[in-house]
Write a protein that binds this ligand. Structure first.
Ligand SMILES: CC(C)(COP(=O)(O)OP(=O)(O)OC[C@H]1O[C@@H](n2cnc3c(N)ncnc32)[C@H](O)[C@@H]1OP(=O)(O)O)[C@@H](O)C(=O)NCCC(=O)NCCS
Length: 158
């Protein structure tokens, strides 16, 4: 039985930076963005509308998602981050977490969930994961992040 937590704790900024670092796929700048989304949300900064779901483990976070409404759209949500600690992968945790995240988005009247990800080889697990959960690839923008590193956009009608 997996327990999900949506309330933020003071330790979460560090915990998020740690798990995102441990995935091994994100740049230093991306890790700082992941951390700052937690800090901004905890600080209650105006304009920040990020929601979180955490799965706590014995040695810190086992997994988390960060998602929120896409400004200017009708009930469309973005999955900004999903990360499962490397030690906890391939055991269905990511699946349980994305399903819980989709439930949370539906409860907020969200009708679609989108995710942007890299086309690099080290994101093969992420892209396979999205496809396995019913996400359709809508776009592939070459060289978006940097030369040779494109962006794939996935979406799902909930
Ligand atoms: C993508 C990620 C969240 C998946 O988490 P996970 O807990 O390992 O996923 P699950 O165990 O629930 O896997 C569910 C299904 O996704 C697919 N999948 C997951 N990892 C995969 C991999 N490495 N290769 C191929 N398919 C994979 C499979 O269909 C899998 O089902 P199966 O194990 O029965 O074959 C995890 O690999 C991760 O944190 N990656 C680094 C961060 C990242 O890239 N995030 C997304 C971009 S923001």
């Amino acid at each position: 039985m997996i327990e999900f937590r949506s309330g933020l704790r003071e330790s979460d900024a560090e915990a998020v930076a740690r798990i995102v670092t441990r995935t091994g796929v994100f740049s230093a700048e991306e890790i700082e963005i992941a951390r700052s989304l937690v800090e901004e949300t905890r600080a209650g900064l105006p304009g920040a509308d990020y929601r979180f779901l955490f799965v706590d483990g014995a040695a810190g976070l086992d997994a988390y998602t960060c998602f929120g409404p896409i400004p200017g759209t009708q009930n469309r949500y973005e999955l900004y981050w999903i990360a499962v600690d490397p030690a906890a992968r391939r055991r269905g945790l990511g699946q349980a977490l994305i399903e819980e995240t989709e439930r949370a988005v539906r409860a907020l009247r969200g009708t679609h969930l989108f995710a942007h990800t890299s086309t690099r080889d080290d994101y093969i697990p992420a892209r396979a994961f999205y496809v396995a959960h019913g996400y359709v690839q809508h776009a592939d923008i070459p060289d978006y992040y940097s030369d040779g590193d494109g962006m794939a956009i996935y979406g799902k009608r909930l």
